[in-house]
Design a protein around this ligand. Structure first.
Ligand code: ZN
Length: 415
């Protein structure tokens, strides 16, 4: 039991600092709105049907991907391809264990990428194009995949090396230093991603539209935020979807607007999206997200260490640092992620409600909020009546009618 109480204590110690917004009435879930009348007030029958068709395919593909990942990792353990791969890695490594870890990781990454390429191509390219959402060519998409693969090929081997060095050094308690290292890396990559990783895939520039720029400054001033960077991303090279996000930490912090959003919406609607992003900023959601990710990393690694420990006790595994059992560790981490996904997404939805509410307080313009939500839902083919269990399991944002509902309440209360 003492093994289990330590990570739990770490989790509990951090919880109050995260300021989880569950107790706030504005951010706790409102009653689900999905009656046909509510849908019809803002959307046509065709729009609802199209969104449903698109999103139901996405739900199904999520579960197909999940099943494939579990099957892939199980198969590596059972047949036992991972053992063979480990032998192969050592045969190429001139007797150097660190080189064997690198070879093993790279071959595993290559296998994984190739195996999932057809599913990704169907889900993210062909199906998106069929729905008129993606405008990417096959070559463009493949280039993105290649960049992603190379990025992983550079970043992953050192991480796996570090992990196995820690497991070898601390076979019982490696999850503690590994959790600490993971927390540091989460902060580090969140901070550097906007300047070192995102530009590999996209081009960013300051927003060009004068009127919009003035609105940004005015809005940030009103919110009492020092907003230095509001950038426009060349999303239109890939997609017709509309979106915006905040990224970075400290000096790298920025708001990014898709150019599709800037071009395709009225300034008032863009302003609402921007106010929502400033809401995330104001409530420090990036830092809170980083804190939560670190907690989940600690907990996941702890469960991973229990699994390896169990394998050793059963006589399956000779030593926790046995590289051939890496897929078992990955499988445990993946299943832990799936099991905790509803919790992560509930927190995410609470953050989104908080940002929505902040945007209404800041702009006092619920009409534009509703127009912007309707437009986002139409352009991105949202499911207007998503099944409740899927919302709880998969949705990082509240369903669109709930978001509109918040603005309607705001309107009625005349705030
Ligand atoms: Zn948001």
């Amino acid at each position: 039991m003492s093994k289990a109480t330590l990570p739990l204590a770490v989790l509990l110690a951090f919880a109050p600092f995260l300021g989880l917004p569950f107790s706030n009435p504005q951010t706790s879930p409102p009653p689900a709105r999905s009656s046909p009348e509510e849908v019809r007030r803002y959307f046509s029958e065709e729009e609802a049907a199209r969104g449903r068709l698109y999103m139901w395919g996405r739900y199904a593909l999520f579960f197909v991907g999940l099943g494939l990942k579990v099957a892939f990792l199980l198969l590596l353990i059972v047949i036992p391809a991972s053992k063979a791969l480990e032998r192969f890695a050592f045969s190429l490594a001139f007797g150097k264990p660190w080189l064997a870890v690198i070879v093993y990781t790279l071959v595993l990454l290559l296998l994984y990428t190739l195996l999932f390429l057809p599913l990704s191509a169907y889900r993210d390219l062909f199906r998106e194009r069929a729905f008129g959402l993606s405008v990417q060519t096959i070559q463009g998409w493949l280039l993105d995949q290649l960049k992603g693969f190379l990025l992983s090929a550079v970043l992953l081997p050192p991480l796996v090396l570090l992990l196995y060095a820690l497991i070898r050094r601390f076979p019982e308690t490696w999850y503690l230093p590994a959790g600490l290292a993971a927390s540091f890396l989460i902060v580090f990559f969140t901070a550097i991603s906007p300047i070192l990783i995102e530009p590999i895939f996209h081009t960013f520039r300051p927003i060009q539209n004068e009127d919009l720029r003035a609105r940004v400054t005015a809005l940030a001033e009103k919110a009492g935020l020092q907003v230095e960077k509001v950038l426009e991303m060349d999303a239109s090279r890939r997609t017709r979807k509309l979106n915006a996000y905040v990224s970075g930490l400290g000096k790298t912090k920025r708001v990014v607007l898709y150019d599709t959003l800037v071009k395709g919406s009225s300034p008032e609607e863009v302003e609402l999206v921007l106010a929502h992003e400033l809401g995330h900023w104001k409530h420090q959601h990036l830092w809170k997200g980083v804190g939560l990710a670190a907690l989940f990393a600690f907990a996941g690694l702890f469960v991973g260490s229990l699994t390896l420990h169990w394998g050793v006790q059963k006589g399956l595994i000779q030593h926790p640092a046995d590289l051939a059992w890496f897929p078992l560790l990955l499988l445990t981490l993946f299943l832990f992620h799936i099991v905790t996904l509803p919790v992560e997404n509930a927190i995410s939805r609470a953050f989104e409600r908080q940002a929505d509410y902040a945007s209404l307080l800041l702009t006092k313009n619920p009409e534009a909020f509703i127009r912007s939500e309707v437009q986002l839902a139409k352009s991105n083919l949202a499911d207007l009546t998503p099944p409740r269990p899927l919302v709880l399991f998969l949705y990082t944002h509240p369903p669109v009618l709930e978001r509109i509902g918040m603005a309607e309440t705001f309107q009625q209360e005349g705030r």
